[in-house]
Design a binder for this molecule. Structure first.
Ligand code: ATR
Length: 293
């Protein structure tokens, strides 16, 4: 791994969240800065919820170039932004901040990362009929991304139907031309898809470490034919959900590409230079391997 010396001239970015200790982002970005010899450093910034305002104002005071924002602060930081991207505004969450001349620009780079994760394996969302499993923050970014990419239709399946209804209601205004519906996440509703779906996306935490034996797709429901299964989970890279699809001969997309590309978008905002995507991917893979011990 290339090493970067921090000096008095180094530009700073960081990760605001609580907790931040398990994030792969510091490793991914520092490897990327070293790779292209950008004089930047990325530091963890653990911020308790009651200190969000002070922390946000402190970024400009400390001459930070920007930050990533993670759980639980993605909504709370919005009110301190001078400008919001469409993605941040419509999804109601900011995961990337860029500070220029004291002004705070808020972005949500997950939607971009999600689409790039598909494109890099040769898939286009345009015209697709999609089932999105889950209705949390990640699902919002995915539904926004799919709608912007001109999918044909989206059905949001969630354990808590009210939350899915709320999401659909929120995004329907921004995308009046796309068929957006919701269902409760259950064996009978998923069975009802009956092959009339091109893409199934898991945005729930089912299958994620440490609950690696779980899947949002019930074992007794056959997977639809000619469908792509896309899992946002990247730890582990091969989830039960993706294994179910592969066992039936379906194409699958794991969550690593989205992780890398959401980071690449932020990297390019901060540095103004193309992100070294392959170095970032390797950094994430080695970080995950280290975690597994
Ligand atoms: P994120 O911001 O990562 O999307 P989140 O907002 O906490 O995280 O959303 C988690 C999603 O996983 C939700 O859709 C949640 O369903 P509920 O809205 O019903 O809570 C879903 N989820 C988590 N655990 C689940 C489980 N055991 N069974 C089904 N869905 C689950």
């Amino acid at each position: 791994m290339k090493h970067h010396q921090i000096t008095g001239k180094t530009s700073l970015v960081g990760l605001i969240g609580w907790p931040v200790s398990h994030s792969l982002s510091p490793r991914m970005h520092n490897v990327a800065f070293a790779e292209i010899e950008a004089d930047f450093a990325y530091v963890p910034l653990p911020v308790q919820p009651e200190n969000v305002e002070q922390a946000l104002k402190g970024l400009a005071a400390l001459n930070f170039v920007g930050a990533n924002v993670t759980v639980p602060h993605k909504q709370a930081v919005m009110r301190y932004m001078d400008e919001l991207s469409d993605a941040a505004q419509i999804t109601g969450a900011v995961n990337t901040i860029h500070i220029q001349a004291g002004k705070y620009y808020g972005y949500n780079t997950d939607a971009h990362g999600f689409i790039k994760g598909m494109e890099e394996v040769g898939c286009s969302a345009k015209g697709m009929r999609v089932a999105v499993l889950g209705a949390g923050g990640a699902a919002r970014a995915v539904v926004f991304a799919l709608a912007r990419a001109e999918t044909d239709s989206i059905v949001v399946f969630n354990r808590t139907a009210e939350r899915a209804a709320f999401l659909v209601d929120d995004l329907a205004d921004a995308f009046p031309d796309i068929s957006l519906k919701f269902e409760v996440l259950a064996a009978d509703t998923l069975a009802g898809l009956d092959n009339a779906v091109d893409l199934v996306v898991n945005t729930t935490s089912l299958g994620m470490h440490p609950h690696i034996d779980t899947s949002p797709w019930p074992v007794d429901v056959p997977v639809p034919r000619s469908t792509i299964f896309y899992d946002l989970v990247y730890n582990p890279i091969e989830t039960v959900f993706l294994r179910q699809a592969r066992a039936a001969g379906l194409k699958t997309i794991d969550g690593l590409g989205m992780l890398v590309h959401q980071g690449a978008f932020a990297f390019e905002k901060w540095t103004g230079r193309p992100a070294p995507v392959e170095a970032m991917r390797q950094a994430c893979m080695s970080g995950l391997a280290l975690e597994r011990g």
